[in-house]
Write a protein that binds this ligand. Structure first.
Ligand SMILES: NC(=O)c1ccc[n+]([C@@H]2O[C@H](COP(=O)([O-])OP(=O)(O)OC[C@H]3O[C@@H](n4cnc5c(N)ncnc54)[C@H](O)[C@@H]3O)[C@@H](O)[C@H]2O)c1
Length: 290
């Protein structure tokens, strides 16, 4: 309770991992005149004192998916071990359900919170500053920190303080739904093309339904088909593996992934075809383009 009374501007923040998420978060704190320093040795930000002096530490390091190894929490664990003392540690990296509770058990001196980030890379700062939801996933040991954290983070129309597992699963469900939406839209696009129907017109009508919305229905977003980017592909792979380990066959998520793999493979063939055409136009041997 005492901690809630601390003014945001008197709080010292450390951000581990100054990338898309960590960089946008630092700029949010700067805009509020809240002291925030970054610790990111691969980027030359190697002053560990930034973490030592902080009251609250945010972890924003990559959590990739590695074929054969699955969800790769190596960077997350390295970052977690870099935090000394007894602090509130907020994970913003996307982590599999159960990870925050696991860290609370392994490093019980800290109060662990999962605060999922929903920003889009293309509009990272804007999304960070004006989120549509702020979710604070707590462990029993960190529940008392929720109000204090909410006072520091960008305000949002929807706020929920819940168990860390709920927040972790919500992040995966949201990403899986968006991935499925892309695959679903692509299937309708192909049927429209075969039947001589204008997909853009169909999409606009469907997108006008408030329950569905326009996002992720543009099948040529970014100039290519299928979902890519840093998050959706790796998150769906990690989730499928987690579900399998619990004996749950997530057929919808799996079908969306399969459709996407076909689309992205076709994308590879298409770019090769385009490169060959460009090489022919430049009068170069075709192999040079492969
Ligand atoms: N990029 C997005 O659009 C987005 C959106 C929501 C959630 N996320 C999640 O947020 C996390 C971070 O994503 P990102 O896109 O910001 O990654 P990023 O690759 O842009 O940045 C990560 C940073 O962490 C640093 N780093 C790696 N290991 C470190 C360590 N041990 N100590 C300190 N710094 C370290 C890297 O040098 C890099 O600067 C991921 O889990 C991702 O799934 C990303």
């Amino acid at each position: 309770m005492e901690r809630t009374a601390v003014r945001p501007e008197d709080t010292s923040i450390a951000i581990i991992g100054e990338g898309v998420v960590g960089g946008a978060l630092r700029r949010w704190f700067e805009s509020r005149r809240i002291g925030a320093g970054s610790y990111d040795p691969p980027k030359g930000l190697a002053d560990k004192g930034v973490v030592e002096r902080a009251d609250i530490v945010f972890i924003c390091v990559p959590t990739p998916y590695a074929r054969g190894r699955g969800f790769d929490d190596a960077m997350l664990l390295t970052a977690a071990r870099a935090v000394g003392g007894e602090k509130t540690v907020v994970i913003k990296s996307t982590v599999l359900p159960g990870t925050t509770a696991m860290l609370q058990e392994r490093l019980p001196q800290h109060r662990w919170i999962f605060n999922p980030e929903f920003l889009r890379e293309a509009s990272a700062l804007e999304d960070m500053m004006r989120p549509d939801r702020q979710i604070i996933g707590c462990t029993p040991q960190s529940a008392g920190e929720a109000e204090r954290l909410l006072a520091l983070l960008p305000p949002a129309p929807f706020v929920r303080v819940c168990a860390s597992g709920e927040a972790e699963m919500a992040k995966y469900m949201a990403n899986s739904f968006l991935a499925a939406k892309v695959s679903f839209a692509n299937e309708f696009h192909d049927l429209c093309v075969r039947m001589g129907i204008d997909y853009a017109g169909v999409r606009d009508v469907v997108a006008a339904d408030e329950r569905i919305g326009a996002s992720h229905l543009d099948v040529f977003a970014g100039g290519y088909r299928g979902y890519g980017g840093k998050c959706l592909p790796k998150d769906s792979m990690a989730l499928l593996e987690l579900a399998r380990s619990f004996g749950v066959d997530m057929r919808m998520v799996s079908a969306a992934r399969d459709v996407n793999e076909d689309l992205t493979a076709a994308r590879g063939e298409e770019s090769l075809r385009q490169a060959r055409i460009a090489a022919l136009e430049r009068d170069e041997p075709a192999e040079a383009a492969a």
